[in-house]
Design a binder for this molecule. Structure first.
Ligand code: BTN
Length: 349
């Protein structure tokens, strides 16, 4: 018997844990579940039905009990929470089968007072937003489309650094989990072998000297088949499964990412951007290479060197001057053939 009465959500989490413990194929009796959860056997049966409705496969054998067969390939809160090690990131989860944009939903929740660390996750987005007014194509069943609500105790002027912190954190975590050689492209892109696999869109609500909230939006192509993208995006986009040769478990990946993000966010709030500059150098695909940066005020060409303490990309220009770019679109120049982003303005990368 449990101490205190668990609420509905906790009951489902515990029920799943108990069923899973026997996932080697053993049957758990309804009587045992009823005793441990402190609910009637009819209530156990109702909860099992509820789990089935969410896509869990659970076998029931009259008079014997229940056997866990499989979990759905969905970002369900109870799946994400199972084994999650974070303190605040993803402790409150809002999951949507489909929405227009998780960033928009998270913004609304933040305005209503949602806690720091609240996660909004969707299986599909109809109007996923990308950087610089682009869109993020978000078909169902194959991506991670997430937004985290953050309430950082820092000045609005340093908020853009959160994107850089998140980029390197996601990159390192993906490499730890998949060994696929993910790299970062300043300021917010994740790439593998010259193709975009993910991106970050950070949005902020603040007044002159106080941040109300930040929405950290993350999109990663996990099990995406390129046929689901418009043809003009296929040659410069990839997915983890495409590089890996087989599908990956989105929930397990997400847990690892949340863990890494929380750790690095805390480090950033405590120590600032300094600890991340060297990590960026290790993860960057542009440092030491010729780049072309399209900025609102024009184009800069040169060799990308490093990230400065404000998060700017330091470029040695053709006339030998060092310039720090704070906002723009970077394209690596290969064989004098500029992989120019301005040619492909609409969607991503
Ligand atoms: C970019 O590379 O331009 C950034 C893409 C960010 C996409 C993610 S998907 C989840 C979150 N919700 C959105 O509408 N956008 C971000």
């Amino acid at each position: 018997m449990l101490q205190g009465k668990p609420n509905r959500r906790e009951t489902l989490d515990i029920l799943l844990k108990l069923l899973r413990r026997e996932d080697a194929g053993r049957i758990v009796s309804g009587a045992l579940l009823s005793e441990v959860l402190g609910i009637s056997r009819t209530a156990v049966w109702k909860r099992v039905k509820q789990l089935r409705g969410r896509g869990y496969e659970i076998e029931s054998t009259p008079s014997a009990g229940y056997r866990f067969i499989s979990a759905p390939d969905k970002l369900l809160p109870e799946e994400i929470r199972d084994g999650l090690k974070t303190r605040t990131f993803g402790r409150v989860i809002s999951y949507l089968e489909q929405t227009d944009s998780t960033n928009r939903v998270a913004g609304e929740l933040a305005r209503q007072g949602a806690d720091h660390g609240t996660l909004v996750a969707a299986d599909a987005q109809t109007h996923g937003k990308g950087r610089l007014g682009r869109s993020w194509i978000s078909p169902p069943g194959c991506g991670l489309y997430l937004s985290l609500i953050l309430r950082p105790p820092i000045h609005p002027s340093v908020i853009p650094l959160i994107t850089l912190v998140a980029a390197v954190s996601l990159c390192e975590s993906l490499n730890l989990q998949t060994a696929l050689g993910v790299q970062v492209k300043w300021p917010n892109d994740l790439w593998i072998a010259g193709k975009k696999v993910g991106g970050i869109l950070t949005e902020m609500s603040a007044d002159m000297d106080q941040v109300r909230h930040v929405i950290l939006g993350i999109g990663i192509n996990v099990n995406l088949s390129l046929s689901r993208l418009p043809s003009d995006l296929r040659d410069r986009t990839t997915s983890l499964s495409r590089e890996n040769g087989r599908p990956l478990n989105r929930v397990a990946l997400l847990r690892g990412l949340l863990d890494s993000l929380e750790h690095d966010y805390d480090l950033f709030c405590e120590k600032g951007f300094k600890p991340f500059r060297r990590r960026w150098a290790g993860a960057s695909m542009t440092f030491g290479r010729s780049v072309r940066v399209q900025m609102p005020q024009g184009v800069i060409r040169g060799v990308a060197h490093e990230i400065d303490e404000r998060g700017g990309l330091r470029i040695e220009t053709e006339n030998g001057r060092m310039e720090a770019v704070l906002c723009g679109d970077v394209a690596v120049v290969m064989d004098d053939n500029i992989a120019g982003d301005e040619k492909r303005k609409q969607r991503r990368p």
